[in-house]
Write a protein that binds this ligand. Structure first.
Ligand code: KIV
Ligand code: NA
Length: 266
Protein backbone atom coordinates (compact mmCIF):
# COMPACT_ATOMS: atom_id res chain seq x y z
CA UNK A 1 0.00 0.00 0.00
CA UNK A 2 1.05 3.58 -0.54
CA UNK A 3 2.10 6.14 2.04
CA UNK A 4 -0.63 7.50 4.27
CA UNK A 5 -0.44 11.30 4.09
CA UNK A 6 -2.31 14.12 5.78
CA UNK A 7 -4.27 14.66 2.53
CA UNK A 8 -5.27 10.98 2.57
CA UNK A 9 -6.52 11.38 6.17
CA UNK A 10 -8.48 14.48 5.17
CA UNK A 11 -10.03 12.54 2.25
CA UNK A 12 -10.93 9.68 4.58
CA UNK A 13 -12.72 12.08 6.89
CA UNK A 14 -14.67 13.53 3.96
CA UNK A 15 -15.56 10.08 2.64
CA UNK A 16 -16.63 8.90 6.11
CA UNK A 17 -13.94 6.20 6.19
CA UNK A 18 -12.85 5.72 9.79
CA UNK A 19 -9.17 6.31 10.61
CA UNK A 20 -7.51 3.56 12.70
CA UNK A 21 -4.70 4.73 15.00
CA UNK A 22 -2.54 2.89 17.55
CA UNK A 23 0.45 3.92 19.61
CA UNK A 24 3.84 2.24 19.16
CA UNK A 25 7.26 2.80 20.67
CA UNK A 26 9.56 0.37 18.85
CA UNK A 27 10.36 -0.95 15.38
CA UNK A 28 8.95 -4.50 15.71
CA UNK A 29 5.42 -3.65 16.84
CA UNK A 30 5.40 -0.77 14.36
CA UNK A 31 6.17 -3.16 11.47
CA UNK A 32 3.43 -5.58 12.60
CA UNK A 33 0.71 -2.92 12.89
CA UNK A 34 1.82 -1.20 9.68
CA UNK A 35 1.58 -4.50 7.78
CA UNK A 36 -1.83 -5.10 9.37
CA UNK A 37 -2.99 -1.87 7.73
CA UNK A 38 -3.00 0.75 10.50
CA UNK A 39 -3.47 4.27 9.09
CA UNK A 40 -1.61 6.28 11.71
CA UNK A 41 0.92 5.40 14.43
CA UNK A 42 1.30 7.69 17.42
CA UNK A 43 4.58 7.69 19.32
CA UNK A 44 2.73 8.71 22.46
CA UNK A 45 4.26 10.08 25.62
CA UNK A 46 2.12 7.31 27.14
CA UNK A 47 5.47 5.53 26.86
CA UNK A 48 6.06 7.08 30.29
CA UNK A 49 3.35 4.75 31.63
CA UNK A 50 3.67 1.62 29.51
CA UNK A 51 7.43 1.52 28.80
CA UNK A 52 9.01 3.41 31.69
CA UNK A 53 6.61 2.39 34.49
CA UNK A 54 5.89 5.97 35.56
CA UNK A 55 2.48 6.96 36.97
CA UNK A 56 2.13 9.91 34.58
CA UNK A 57 3.60 11.26 31.33
CA UNK A 58 5.31 14.16 33.11
CA UNK A 59 8.77 12.56 33.51
CA UNK A 60 9.05 11.89 29.74
CA UNK A 61 11.75 14.00 28.07
CA UNK A 62 12.34 15.17 24.51
CA UNK A 63 15.34 12.82 24.35
CA UNK A 64 13.07 9.85 25.19
CA UNK A 65 10.57 10.92 22.51
CA UNK A 66 13.30 11.36 19.89
CA UNK A 67 14.73 7.92 20.67
CA UNK A 68 11.38 6.13 20.41
CA UNK A 69 10.40 8.11 17.30
CA UNK A 70 13.58 6.96 15.57
CA UNK A 71 12.82 3.33 16.59
CA UNK A 72 9.28 3.56 15.20
CA UNK A 73 10.49 5.23 12.00
CA UNK A 74 12.70 2.17 11.34
CA UNK A 75 9.68 -0.14 11.37
CA UNK A 76 7.35 2.15 9.39
CA UNK A 77 6.41 1.40 5.80
CA UNK A 78 3.12 3.19 4.99
CA UNK A 79 1.59 4.55 8.19
CA UNK A 80 1.54 8.27 9.02
CA UNK A 81 3.70 8.95 12.11
CA UNK A 82 2.76 11.43 14.84
CA UNK A 83 5.12 12.12 17.76
CA UNK A 84 4.00 13.65 21.05
CA UNK A 85 5.78 16.75 22.30
CA UNK A 86 6.51 15.96 25.96
CA UNK A 87 5.68 17.99 29.06
CA UNK A 88 7.43 21.38 29.14
CA UNK A 89 8.77 21.16 25.58
CA UNK A 90 6.36 23.69 23.97
CA UNK A 91 6.14 26.55 26.46
CA UNK A 92 6.98 29.18 23.83
CA UNK A 93 6.66 29.07 20.02
CA UNK A 94 10.46 29.19 19.59
CA UNK A 95 11.10 26.39 22.10
CA UNK A 96 8.36 24.32 20.45
CA UNK A 97 9.90 24.80 17.00
CA UNK A 98 13.40 23.72 18.07
CA UNK A 99 12.00 20.64 19.82
CA UNK A 100 9.55 19.75 17.04
CA UNK A 101 12.42 19.90 14.55
CA UNK A 102 14.22 17.18 16.56
CA UNK A 103 11.14 14.95 16.36
CA UNK A 104 10.75 15.59 12.62
CA UNK A 105 14.44 14.75 12.07
CA UNK A 106 13.89 11.50 13.98
CA UNK A 107 11.15 10.56 11.49
CA UNK A 108 7.87 12.08 12.69
CA UNK A 109 5.45 13.38 10.03
CA UNK A 110 3.49 15.48 12.55
CA UNK A 111 3.80 16.51 16.20
CA UNK A 112 1.05 16.59 18.82
CA UNK A 113 0.58 19.16 21.60
CA UNK A 114 -1.89 19.14 24.53
CA UNK A 115 -3.92 22.29 25.10
CA UNK A 116 -6.58 24.75 24.05
CA UNK A 117 -6.78 28.13 22.33
CA UNK A 118 -3.79 29.41 24.34
CA UNK A 119 -1.65 27.19 22.05
CA UNK A 120 -2.95 28.73 18.81
CA UNK A 121 0.05 31.03 18.41
CA UNK A 122 2.45 28.10 18.85
CA UNK A 123 0.51 25.97 16.36
CA UNK A 124 0.63 28.77 13.80
CA UNK A 125 4.37 29.27 14.40
CA UNK A 126 5.06 25.57 13.78
CA UNK A 127 2.80 25.20 10.74
CA UNK A 128 4.34 28.31 9.11
CA UNK A 129 7.70 26.58 9.53
CA UNK A 130 6.44 23.35 7.90
CA UNK A 131 5.80 21.30 11.02
CA UNK A 132 2.35 19.67 10.75
CA UNK A 133 0.47 19.77 14.06
CA UNK A 134 -2.16 17.65 15.80
CA UNK A 135 -3.98 19.30 18.67
CA UNK A 136 -5.21 17.34 21.73
CA UNK A 137 -8.27 18.39 23.77
CA UNK A 138 -10.41 16.90 26.56
CA UNK A 139 -8.47 15.01 29.20
CA UNK A 140 -4.88 16.23 28.95
CA UNK A 141 -2.63 13.73 30.78
CA UNK A 142 0.23 16.27 31.06
CA UNK A 143 -2.15 18.44 33.12
CA UNK A 144 -3.01 15.69 35.62
CA UNK A 145 -1.78 17.75 38.58
CA UNK A 146 -3.73 20.87 37.62
CA UNK A 147 -6.88 18.79 36.98
CA UNK A 148 -6.42 16.73 40.15
CA UNK A 149 -6.62 13.28 38.52
CA UNK A 150 -7.55 11.54 35.29
CA UNK A 151 -11.16 12.71 34.90
CA UNK A 152 -13.72 12.86 32.07
CA UNK A 153 -13.82 16.42 30.64
CA UNK A 154 -16.51 18.56 28.97
CA UNK A 155 -19.45 17.30 31.03
CA UNK A 156 -20.90 20.73 31.83
CA UNK A 157 -22.48 22.92 29.14
CA UNK A 158 -19.86 25.65 29.73
CA UNK A 159 -16.83 23.34 29.52
CA UNK A 160 -18.31 21.65 26.43
CA UNK A 161 -18.73 25.02 24.70
CA UNK A 162 -15.19 26.03 25.67
CA UNK A 163 -13.85 22.81 24.15
CA UNK A 164 -15.70 23.49 20.88
CA UNK A 165 -14.26 27.04 20.82
CA UNK A 166 -10.76 25.66 21.47
CA UNK A 167 -11.13 23.17 18.59
CA UNK A 168 -12.15 25.95 16.20
CA UNK A 169 -9.27 28.19 17.32
CA UNK A 170 -6.71 25.41 16.87
CA UNK A 171 -8.05 24.51 13.42
CA UNK A 172 -7.94 28.22 12.51
CA UNK A 173 -4.29 28.33 13.67
CA UNK A 174 -3.44 25.51 11.26
CA UNK A 175 -3.80 22.26 13.22
CA UNK A 176 -4.55 19.47 10.73
CA UNK A 177 -5.76 16.80 13.19
CA UNK A 178 -7.40 16.79 16.62
CA UNK A 179 -7.20 14.10 19.29
CA UNK A 180 -10.17 14.09 21.70
CA UNK A 181 -9.68 12.23 24.98
CA UNK A 182 -12.26 11.19 27.61
CA UNK A 183 -15.26 13.39 26.78
CA UNK A 184 -18.96 12.51 26.42
CA UNK A 185 -19.83 10.92 23.05
CA UNK A 186 -22.30 13.70 22.39
CA UNK A 187 -19.50 16.29 22.66
CA UNK A 188 -17.20 14.16 20.46
CA UNK A 189 -19.86 14.39 17.76
CA UNK A 190 -20.45 18.14 18.27
CA UNK A 191 -16.73 18.95 17.99
CA UNK A 192 -16.35 16.76 14.91
CA UNK A 193 -19.33 18.49 13.27
CA UNK A 194 -17.99 21.95 14.20
CA UNK A 195 -14.65 21.55 12.38
CA UNK A 196 -13.39 20.19 9.06
CA UNK A 197 -10.15 18.46 10.13
CA UNK A 198 -10.24 14.78 11.21
CA UNK A 199 -10.90 14.05 14.90
CA UNK A 200 -9.33 10.99 16.53
CA UNK A 201 -11.11 9.85 19.67
CA UNK A 202 -10.02 7.90 22.73
CA UNK A 203 -13.04 7.65 24.98
CA UNK A 204 -14.76 10.33 22.84
CA UNK A 205 -17.51 8.25 21.27
CA UNK A 206 -18.20 6.60 17.90
CA UNK A 207 -18.72 9.78 15.86
CA UNK A 208 -15.09 10.93 15.70
CA UNK A 209 -13.34 10.55 12.33
CA UNK A 210 -11.12 7.85 13.83
CA UNK A 211 -10.09 6.06 17.02
CA UNK A 212 -6.84 5.61 18.92
CA UNK A 213 -5.79 3.22 21.69
CA UNK A 214 -2.54 2.66 23.54
CA UNK A 215 -1.05 -0.57 22.14
CA UNK A 216 -0.34 -2.17 25.51
CA UNK A 217 -3.93 -1.53 26.60
CA UNK A 218 -5.52 -3.11 23.50
CA UNK A 219 -3.27 -6.16 23.81
CA UNK A 220 -4.09 -6.59 27.49
CA UNK A 221 -0.37 -6.10 28.17
CA UNK A 222 -0.62 -3.30 30.72
CA UNK A 223 -0.60 -4.61 34.29
CA UNK A 224 -2.40 -1.61 35.80
CA UNK A 225 -6.05 -0.69 35.78
CA UNK A 226 -7.43 0.12 32.31
CA UNK A 227 -9.79 3.04 31.58
CA UNK A 228 -13.37 2.36 30.48
CA UNK A 229 -12.62 3.14 26.82
CA UNK A 230 -10.12 0.26 26.50
CA UNK A 231 -10.97 -3.02 24.79
CA UNK A 232 -8.72 -6.09 24.73
CA UNK A 233 -8.39 -7.11 21.08
CA UNK A 234 -6.00 -10.00 21.73
CA UNK A 235 -8.54 -12.05 23.64
CA UNK A 236 -10.10 -14.50 21.20
CA UNK A 237 -7.27 -14.02 18.69
CA UNK A 238 -4.28 -16.32 18.23
CA UNK A 239 -1.62 -13.71 17.44
CA UNK A 240 -0.70 -10.07 17.94
CA UNK A 241 -1.07 -9.49 14.18
CA UNK A 242 -4.61 -10.86 14.32
CA UNK A 243 -5.36 -8.53 17.26
CA UNK A 244 -4.14 -5.51 15.27
CA UNK A 245 -6.26 -6.60 12.26
CA UNK A 246 -9.31 -7.09 14.47
CA UNK A 247 -8.87 -3.58 15.96
CA UNK A 248 -8.54 -2.01 12.51
CA UNK A 249 -11.62 -3.88 11.26
CA UNK A 250 -13.74 -2.92 14.29
CA UNK A 251 -12.76 0.75 13.93
CA UNK A 252 -13.45 0.73 10.18
CA UNK A 253 -16.87 -0.92 10.58
CA UNK A 254 -17.82 1.21 13.58
CA UNK A 255 -18.15 -1.82 15.87
CA UNK A 256 -15.57 -0.21 18.21
CA UNK A 257 -16.18 1.79 20.33
CA UNK A 258 -19.37 0.28 21.70
CA UNK A 259 -21.59 2.03 24.27
CA UNK A 260 -19.68 0.27 27.07
CA UNK A 261 -16.50 2.18 26.06
CA UNK A 262 -18.16 5.60 26.00
CA UNK A 263 -18.96 8.42 28.44
CA UNK A 264 -22.28 10.24 28.83
CA UNK A 265 -22.87 13.91 29.65
CA UNK A 266 -24.84 13.23 32.84
O1 KIV B 1 0.34 9.39 24.61
C1 KIV B 1 -0.62 8.83 24.05
O2 KIV B 1 -0.65 7.59 23.87
C2 KIV B 1 -1.73 9.65 23.59
C3 KIV B 1 -2.97 8.97 23.13
C4 KIV B 1 -3.64 8.25 24.23
C5 KIV B 1 -3.88 9.88 22.42
O3 KIV B 1 -1.61 10.86 23.60
NA1 NA C 1 0.15 11.62 24.76
Amino acid sequence: RGLVTISKLQEMRQAGEKIAVLTAYDASFTALMDQAGIDVILIGDSLGNVVQGESSTIPVTLEHMVYHTSCVAKGQESAFLIADMPFGSYSTPEQAMLNAAELMRAGAHMVKLEGGAWLAQTVKFLVERSVPVSAHLGLLPQSVHTIGGFKVQGKSTESAQMLINDAKALQEAGAQLLVLEAIPSELGKKVTDAIQIPTIGIGAGPDCSGQVLVMHDMLGAFPGRSPKFVKNFLSGQSSIEAAFKSYIQEVKTGKFPGPEHCFKST
